[in-house]
Design a protein around this ligand. Structure first.
Ligand SMILES: Cc1ncc(COP(=O)(O)O)c(C=O)c1O
Length: 387
């Protein structure tokens, strides 16, 4: 960054952008990469390049952050949300295949599939890619949360026509804000760079023949990204260590279980996510979140599925019950790479000290614990647990 300032290459573009693209592509094993202003911009340009437009449908994971789905709306298309599978919590390959077969039968295939790799874990890409290839539907991977993960020895995000990454402030490495779009197709990435720079034609005067976007990354932020790339492996180790220590301390506890790691790869464990079964634990995930909050510890609900969002109330969906279950019971624990043993110990101790509903009732009434007799309280409705 000092070099970027000293050379007065601040923005737009500059040598650090080119170097960051090269180094990032090498790090994830992608052929080509374009550095952009955000992961959302990367997804938007991917759908733009695929010609997604009015009247089109695009399949998208339902359990995700809204940034996966918003670009579908930017392009005027309609999302169709697909449920998760238990092994990865990501898009269910069987449901995608079924939906694509049915769509082919109806004579109306989706224009693209947006496959999200959530919380540091790769989706089961191969069967999804096979179903897409069978029907000629392009795959766009949203790997915003999964830089540093592996799927069969490769990085998620490098299997589809396009893969999007994010360097937002909360990600495993950050440029404060930023993103990267990768592709095996050199012509596509060249076109993306052009579109992301206001689509300025090659001419000394300012000439434009097509609509463009202001989506390029600045030279200063690319310099930051190059520095961050050097600590990626250390960050993955730190995040995996967080997970291992949380799991060691908590997984034998009744009612607590963790996001699984699918056998096809290794998760970066960007976030450690615990499931709280209210019947077994005696309190809901939301009870635990509020208790942690009172101790000044920030935890977050699992993403509220897109098919439950008011924004997408009219969208079609394929299943959704598993994503709803994960939303109701899931809690993302503090997972920063700089957490200390003391920090984690405090989180663990506080989580386990969450007042149980039966205990609370008993202390209010001086009576017998309701949960001990099996009359458990139902967890709060989804709306109470909205992020
Ligand atoms: C799953 C997912 N997709 C896309 C994005 C968008 O990335 P950005 O914030 O860089 O636009 C994020 C995070 O912010 C994300 O978590």
């Amino acid at each position: 960054m000092e070099e970027a300032f000293a050379s007065n290459w601040i923005a737009p573009l500059g040598p650090h952008v080119d170097a960051f693209e090269r180094e990032f592509a090498a790090a994830v094993g992608a052929a080509h990469a374009a550095a952009l202003s955000s992961g959302t911009a990367a997804l938007h340009l991917a759908l733009h390049r695929l010609g997604v437009g009015h009247g089109d449908e695009v399949l998208c994971s339902t359990l995700t952050f809204v940034a996966s789905a918003n670009p579908i709306l930017y392009q005027g298309a309609s999302p169709v949300f697909v449920d998760s599978e238990l092994a990865t919590w990501n898009m269910d390959p069987a449901l995608v295949a079924e939906e694509l077969d049915a769509a082919a039968g109806r004579g109306r295939l989706p224009r693209a599939v947006v496959l999200v790799h959530l919380y540091g874990q790769s989706a089961d890409v191969e069967p999804i890619l096979a179903a897409c290839d069978r029907h000629g539907v392009p795959l766009v991977e949203d790997a915003a949360e999964s830089l540093g993960a592996e799927y069969r020895g490769r990085s998620p995000g490098t299997f589809g026509v396009f893969g999007a990454f994010s360097f937002n402030g909360n990600k495993i490495i950050t440029t404060s804000g930023g993103g990267m779009l990768v592709s095996p197709l050199p012509g596509e990435i060249e076109r993306v760079r052009f579109l992301a720079s206001q689509a300025r034609d090659k001419a000394p005067h300012y000439q434009h023949s097509t609509v463009g976007f202001n989506y390029r990354m600045s030279n200063v932020l690319a310099a930051l990204g190059r520095g961050q790339l050097r600590v990626l492996n250390a960050r993955v180790l730190a995040r995996r260590r967080n997970f291992a220590l949380y799991a060691e301390a908590l997984s034998s506890h009744p009612g607590l279980s963790f996001m699984p790691e699918a056998p096809h790869g290794s998760s970066s464990r960007w976030l450690t996510v615990v499931l709280v079964d209210p019947l077994e634990f005696g309190a809901t995930a939301e009870d635990a979140r509020r208790h942690l909050e009172r101790a000044n510890i920030e935890s977050r609900p699992v993403w509220k599925p897109m098919h439950l969002q008011p924004l997408f109330r009219d969208a079609r969906r394929v299943g959704g019950a598993l994503a709803e279950h994960l939303f109701r019971q899931g809690l993302c624990l503090p997972s920063g790479s700089a957490l200390t043993d003391d920090d984690r110990a405090r989180v663990i101790e506080t989580l386990l000290a969450t007042p149980r509903r039966a205990e609370r009732r008993r202390s209010r009434r001086g009576g017998r614990p309701a949960l001990a007799t099996g009359r458990a309280e139902t967890p709060p409705a989804s709306s109470e647990m909205a992020p």
